[in-house]
Ligand binder design. Structure first.
Ligand code: NAD
Ligand code: UD1
Length: 338
């Protein structure tokens, strides 16, 4: 039996495929490569020494999905596929709802048709909005979400909860990721953003490699110790390992479960810059810019539930995240080249 990984050629998906294969799982990847490259899976194969079964397909394509489910003995699905750029989602809400919501509905419907009722879904800390308390536990009420991308995460959580409520044969694990950064230790795999990065770490590494001149720090007048926003950065390999634990949990038929995947440690933007400089010896020029719309001041989790129930805990610290991000960027200044 296989684990079908949608979006498995992407940043988190490809690192998860490595951990799954290393754990002895059979993996089938479905990805339309809208935000990724076939090369990432070739690099997975080099690392694990195992072939990756890959279907280039859009999850909106029901006929194609049925073909895949006909051919493969799928036990469960890890659903990463989706568009994820916050700013772009404000400009193109319909594209985001069609891709993320409609695509997921087609996937869930196909799963039901083939009686595959086990799913792990990539959700986000964004569902907490501006959190009503920190560290954020899974009981923290969901907050106001200001962009269509974040809304698709919140809606898909609710849709999966409803599906499981109506049919208790479904097992659903919602994983709320905090801020994934870092890269595979080999330096051959990492995040490969198209265009100018929106997120902090890829921006820093592109400044470090000379592709961008200077980092803008979005606001230094927040009510935090150094005035910059605080986030819970987590190494992508730790995050990937969390999915292997979630697969084990899914086999125990949990019904519905929700877990935060983060380290439980908050770091400010200036902490990340300092850590990067210390870990790599590369200076990051920056200037303070106005606050970015939609940013919350402080967001970090209590990761205790995942530790207790999944037996999972993040291993890597910010220094390691910086070292690995840098190794990837330095060795692959243009990212993956097909
Ligand atoms: P990514 O863009 O690298 O990976 C997503 C993959 O899905 C890409 O390979 C893309 O080609 C594929 N895809 C998109 N639409 C598709 C479709 N219709 N059919 C088939 N494939 C499709 O992003 P990532 O950072 O690896 O994120 C993976 C998941 O985790 C996403 O759902 C994202 O929203 C979620 N998430 C990411 C973060 C983060 O900071 N990276 C944080 C929280 C949640
Ligand atoms: C952002 C998204 C969130 C999404 C997550 C992962 C917003 C408002 N939130 O989270 O919905 O789930 O990415 O894709 O976009 N920063 C700078 N300069 C930069 C880039 C970032 O100072 O050039 C700061 C930001 O203000 C923030 C921190 O760095 O305080 C982290 O930013 P980022 O990496 O974009 O992650 P989030 O904003 O936490």
């Amino acid at each position: 039996m296989s684990i079908l990984v949608t979006g498995g050629a992407g940043y988190i998906g490809s690192h998860t495929v490595i951990e799954l294969q290393n754990a002895g799982e059979e993996v089938v990847v479905v990805d339309n490569l809208v935000n990724s490259s076939r090369e990432s899976l070739r690099r997975v194969e080099k690392i694990t020494g195992k072939p990756v079964k890959f279907y280039e397909a859009d999850i909106n394509d029901a006929a194609k999905l049925e073909e895949i489910f006909d051919r493969e003995a799928v036990e469960s699905v890890i659903h990463f596929a989706g568009l994820k750029a916050v700013g772009e989602s404000v400009e193109k809400p319909l594209e985001y709802y069609m891709n993320n919501i409609s695509g997921s509905l087609v996937l869930f419907n196909t799963m039901r048709k083939y009686n595959v009722k086990n799913i792990i879904f990539s959700s986000s800390a964004t569902v907490y909005g501006n959190p009503s308390f920190v560290p954020i536990t899974e009981e923290c009420p969901k907050g106001k979400i200001t962009n269509p991308y974040g809304k698709t995460k919140e809606m898909l959580e609710e849709i999966l909860i409803d599906i499981q409520k109506a049919d208790s044969e479904w097992n659903v694990i919602l994983l709320r990721y905090f801020n994934p950064i870092g890269a595979h230790e080999s330096g051959t795999m990492g995040e490969n953003p198209r265009g100018i990065p929106n997120n902090l770490m890829p921006y820093i590494t592109q400044v470090a490699v000379g592709k961008l001149k200077k980092l803008g720090v979005f606001g230094d007048d927040y009510d935090t110790p150094d005035g910059t926003c605080i986030r819970d950065y987590i190494h992508v390999v730790d995050l990937a390992a969390g999915h292997v634990k979630a697969v084990s949990k899914l086999r125990k038929k949990p019904g519905i479960s929700v877990y935060n995947l983060g380290t439980g440690t908050g770091s400010s933007v200036l902490d990340v810059i300092k850590s990067f400089e210390a870990a790599t010896g590369v200076k990051i020029p920056y200037e303070v810019k106005p606050r970015r719309a939609g940013d919350v001041p402080v967001c970090y989790c209590d990761a205790g539930k995942a530790a207790r129930e999944l037996g999972w805990k993040a291993q890597y610290d910010l220094k390691k995240m910086c070292e690995d991000s840098w190794r990837w960027q330095k060795n692959n200044p243009e990212g993956y080249v097909d």
